[in-house]
Structure formats: C-alpha cells, structure tokens
Write a protein that binds this ligand. Structure first.
Ligand SMILES: Cc1cc2nc3c(=O)[nH]c(=O)nc-3n(C[C@H](O)[C@H](O)[C@H](O)COP(=O)(O)O)c2cc1C
Length: 181
C-alpha cells in the first residue's frame, strides 16, 4: 500500500546535486504508489529552536510561528521522512537544521511519532566519505532517539558544481532508495 512520505530538503540550488537526487527519489516513490509532500526549507521561513518548551501549548507545534508549523503536521501524519541536503562546513546546512532542532517540539509536546521510516540523501565536494559524517551521524542518532527506522542512505562524495551529480550514480541510488520504503 502507498505510504505518506514527507521529503525535507536543504539546498538553495534549484539545479543542484541534492535536489536532483531528491527529484529522482520522488519520481521513483510516486511511481511505486507512495504520496509525497515536499518542503524545500531554503525557500521557507524557518527559525531556530528557542528551547522555551512551550511546544503545542498554543495549539501549534512551535510558539514561534513560522513555516515549521506547516511542516510539523505533515511529519505527524507521515509514514516516512526523507531528509536531503548538501554538506556545509562538515555539518548540516542552517536552513534545514531549524527543522531538525524543532523535532524537539514532538518530544516536549508528547506526540507519538515513533515507528516512522527515515532516509537520508546527502552529498559533498570532497572525496572522503567521512566528510558526510557531520550530516549522517546526527540524523542517524536523531532517528535512534525518536525511534524512527533508518531504512536507507544515499551518500555521494566528489560533487561540487551544480550538475556534477550527473557524472555519478547518485540519482540512480536515490531512485533505488524508494524501493526501501
Ligand atoms: C556554504 C558551503 C559549505 C560547504 N562545505 C563543504 C564541506 O565542508 N565539505 C565539502 O566536501 N563540501 C562542502 N561544500 C560543497 C557542497 O557540499 C557541494 O557543492 C554539494 O554538491 C552542494 O550540493 P547542492 O548542489 O545540492 O547544493 C560546501 C558548499 C557551500 C555552499
């Protein structure tokens, strides 16, 4: 049966590498009968976690009302959440980190989010796979903590310019990721 997939991206390059892989994933997932809702955080207004612990006290996930509050209900309903982002300075880009930090709202708000599937798509310029540790490890540990099942990761090194992904099997890997959901 088709699943509800939320895809959250973190690159501002519309013709870039991670978004090309994201498109390949979404095309394959929809072909399998899944429904996909996509949020491109680089084009949304998403701030940081204020650690005020007033989550869901105003009726919304976050009391600091911005576009995270449109993502949160979609995550609650989703069977699977896919994060897609490039590596920025060996870490998670700021534009998507606000979403990851504010997953805290589900914990503080007592929402039952356990049991979802999760997947990761990422890429970087350098050839060393360890460069992606700063994205991969926090996402994996976050999944462990909130009891999401990491079903697959596409980790593509050695891509700098937009379009470089075309010289790799990254998009094919991203399409194959849809088979794991
Ligand atoms: C602000 C910034 C920081 C970056 N930091 C790294 C880095 O630490 N290591 C690396 O290998 N590549 C780094 N890159 C390169 C990107 O990860 C690479 O170009 C990637 O393919 C971009 O993906 P995109 O086209 O989906 O945006 C950085 C790029 C930018 C813009």
């Amino acid at each position: 049966m088709g699943k509800k997939i939320v895809v959250i991206t973190g690159s501002p390059r519309k013709n870039g590498n991670s978004l090309a892989m994201t498109d390949a994933f979404i095309k394959a997932a929809e072909a399998k009968g899944h429904s996909v809702v996509r949020f491109d955080t680089s084009f949304m207004k998403i701030g940081f976690c204020h650690a005020c612990e007033t989550c869901y006290k105003t009726g919304k996930a976050c009391s600091f009302d911005d576009d995270f509050n449109t993502i949160a209900p979609a995550i609650l309903k989703a069977d699977a959440v896919v994060f897609s982002m490039p590596v920025y300075w060996y870490s998670i880009p700021a534009q998507i980190k606000g979403v990851i930090d504010r997953l805290f709202s589900f914990v503080v708000g007592g929402k039952d989010i356990a049991g979802k599937e999760c997947a990761l798509i990422t890429c970087c310029e350098e050839e060393d796979m360890k460069v992606m540790d700063g994205v991969r490890i926090p996402v994996e540990r976050t999944c462990d903590l909130i009891k999401w099942n990491m079903v697959g990761e596409v980790l593509v090194p050695g891509v700098l310019e937009a379009g470089a992904i075309g010289k790799t099997d990254g998009c094919a890997q991203a399409a194959a990721l849809a088979e794991k959901i």
